[in-house]
Design a protein around this ligand. Structure first.
Ligand SMILES: [Zn+2]
Length: 70
């Protein structure tokens, strides 16, 4: 599933870039790294938007590693 996002959903900036590579997500102050992710990041406000696939990976990771807390 391919998302096409051209502007930041938070601040409407056009400085919104698609990135591929390691993604660091913070869940309850703990780092979750997805080594190969595709996401978008706003150069102005830092907002990150993940692709559905990567959101799913993060959710799975959280479930596996943080199930006691969740
Ligand atoms: Zn923004």
């Amino acid at each position: 599933m391919e998302l096409k996002i051209k502007t930041c959903p938070t601040c409407d900036s056009k400085n919104f870039r698609r990135k591929t590579g390691a993604l660091t997500h913070y869940h309850r102050r703990r780092e979750i790294r997805v080594p190969r992710a595709t996401y978008w990041e706003c150069g102005d406000c830092g907002e990150q938007v993940y692709s559905l696939d990567d959101m799913h990976k993060i959710t799975e990771y959280v479930r596996r590693h943080f199930s006691k807390a969740a």
